[in-house]
Design a protein around this ligand. Structure first.
Ligand SMILES: *Cc1c(COP(=O)(O)O)cnc(C)c1O
Length: 392
C-alpha cells in the first residue's frame, strides 16, 4: 500500500523532444512553484510564469498577443466577454462625479450599462449622435472624462465622424474609447485615429464560429493599461482558457473569412437592392449610403460584413420572410462563419418604444444580415427566392 503511488497525485506531463504544432489547451486554474522564494520572484516580476489562472494563463496571453498585433499595440487583456471588456474600459479610470459622452447607437448592453448601472455609481452620461461631431462637442461638460464610440452603428450601419470625435477628445483632454467589434482591426485602426482605449467583443468576427464568448481591452497608455489588468483580476473579468483556445483557432483564418464575408456582403447588398419588396439597403460602400464619403475615408474601402435592409410591410411580412429562409440562422448575433439574420425590433431594439425606433429608422420591416463565407450565388439565391415568395 505505502509504496503504491497515490491515484490522486498528478502524473508528470510526458517529455518530448518535439513540440506540438497546435497550441495546447491549458485549463489549470493554479500553478505549483518550487518554494516561497520562487513565488516572491514571480510576484516581483523577476521570473516569467503563472501562478493563478484568474491573474493570467497561457491561452489568454497567446490570444491577446495576436489581437495586439492586429491593433498595433502591446499588453492587451482578454476578458470573459465583450461586455466585461467594455466594463473594464470604463471602470479602469472613471470615478463618482465623472461624466461620459457616448454615441447614441452603441451596442444595446453598453447603452444599458451607461444609462442604468453607472449612474448608480455616480457616473453620469450624455448620449450624442456620433455622425455629428458638433453634437458630440456640445455634450461635453466640465466633468466629462471620456467619449465612447463605435465606428459603424448597429443596426443602421451609420458611420461615426471618428476624425471629428478624435479631435474633440484631444482638444478637451478626454479619453477616447473605441469599440472596434463591428469594423475589426482589418476595417479600422482606432489607434491611428487617436483612440486611447480599444475594446472588442471577440465573440463576434475575430473568433468567428459562435463557439467562444470573449472580450479584449487595451489602452495605449502603460499605466492605464496596468490599471485595466489589475481591475480585470480583482473584478474577476478573466477569460476561460477553453474559449481563448477556441478563439485562437478561429483567428488563424480571420483574414480569409473577413475578405470573403466582405465581398459576399457587397454582392448581397447590390442583389437585395434589385429585389421587389425591398424598400432600402444599407451598406457603407454603396453610393446610396448616407455616410458613403465618410465610409470611403475611414474604412479604406472596407464595407465590412454587415448589411441591413428594410422590406415593405410590418410584422406579418417580417415573419413570412424569416420563415421563407429556414437555412439562414435567424439569430441575434453577428460574425459567425455562416450568414445569420436578425430582426432588431424584436431583439436588440425591442425595449425601445416604436416612436424611438421609428426615429432611428428601424421599422418592423427592418433586418440586419451578418454575412458569412458561403458561396455568394447560393446566398443571393436564398434571399432572392424568399423575397419572391413574400412579394413576387
Ligand atoms: C456583441 C457586442 C458586444 C458585447 O460582446 P459580448 O461578447 O456579447 O459580451 C459589445 N459591443 C459590440 C459592438 C458588440 O457587437
Amino acid at each position: 500500500m505505502s509504496d503504491k503511488p497515490s491515484l490522486v497525485r498528478r502524473t508528470p506531463w510526458p517529455a518530448s523532444a518535439t513540440r506540438p504544432v497546435a497550441t495546447p489547451l491549458q485549463p489549470s486554474a493554479v500553478y505549483a512553484a518550487r518554494d516561497p522564494d520562487m513565488l516572491d520572484d514571480h510576484y516581483e516580476g523577476r521570473i516569467k510564469g503563472y501562478a493563478y489562472a484568474r491573474e493570467a494563463h497561457p491561452n489568454a496571453d497567446i490570444l491577446a498577443q495576436k489581437i495586439d498585433q492586429m491593433e498595433g499595440v502591446s499588453g492587451g487583456t482578454m476578458t470573459s466577454s465583450g461586455m466585461s471588456a467594455v466594463l473594464a474600459s470604463l471602470m479602469s479610470h472613471l470615478k463618482p462625479g465623472d461624466h461620459v459622452v457616448a454615441a447614441d447607437q452603441l451596442y444595446g448592453q453598453t447603452l444599458k450599462l451607461l444609462t442604468n448601472d453607472l449612474p448608480r455609481l455616480g457616473i453620469s452620461y450624455t448620449l450624442a449622435d456620433p455622425t455629428n461631431a458638433d453634437a458630440v462637442a456640445q455634450a461635453i461638460t466640465p466633468k466629462t472624462r471620456a467619449i465612447m464610440a463605435e465606428v459603424v452603428s448597429n443596426p443602421t450601419i451609420r458611420v461615426a465622424d471618428m476624425r471629428g470625435i478624435s479631435d474633440i477628445a484631444h482638444q478637451n483632454n478626454l479619453l477616447l474609447i473605441v469599440d472596434n467589434t463591428f469594423t475589426t482591426p482589418y476595417g479600422f485602426q482606432p489607434f491611428d485615429m487617436g483612440a486611447d482605449i480599444v475594446v472588442h467583443s471577440v465573440t463576434k468576427l475575430l473568433a468567428g464560429h459562435s463557439d467562444a464568448t470573449l472580450g479584449y481591452v487595451v489602452a495605449k497608455d502603460r499605466d492605464l493599461n496596468e490599471e485595466i489588468k489589475r481591475l480585470a483580476i480583482t473584478w474577476g473579468l478573466n477569460a476561460s482558457p477553453y474559449d481563448c483556445w477556441m478563439a485562437e483557432r478561429g483567428l488563424y483564418s480571420f483574414d480569409l473569412r473577413y475578405e470573403r464575408a466582405q465581398t459576399n456582403a457587397a454582392t448581397l447588398a447590390d442583389h437585395l437592392s434589385t429585389q421587389t419588396g425591398v424598400r432600402r439597403v444599407l451598406y457603407p460602400t454603396r453610393a446610396d449610403h448616407p455616410d458613403h464619403n465618410r465610409a470611403v475615408d475611414l474604412l479604406n474601402g472596407h464595407g465590412g460584413h454587415m448589411v441591413s435592409f428594410e422590406i415593405d410591410g410590418g410584422r406579418a411580412e417580417a415573419n413570412a420572410l424569416v420563415r421563407a429562409m429556414p437555412n439562414i440562422a435567424f439569430a441575434p448575433t453577428l460574425g459567425d462563419i455562416g450568414t445569420t439574420l436578425s430582426h432588431p425590433p424584436s431583439s436588440s431594439h425591442r425595449r425601445l418604444s416604436a416612436e424611438v425606433r421609428a426615429k432611428l429608422g428601424i421599422s418592423e420591416g427592418f433586418f440586419r444580415v451578418s454575412v458569412g463565407i458561403e458561396d455568394p450565388d447560393l446566398l443571393c439565391h436564398e434571399f432572392g427566392a424568399a423575397l419572391q415568395r413574400c412579394f413576387g
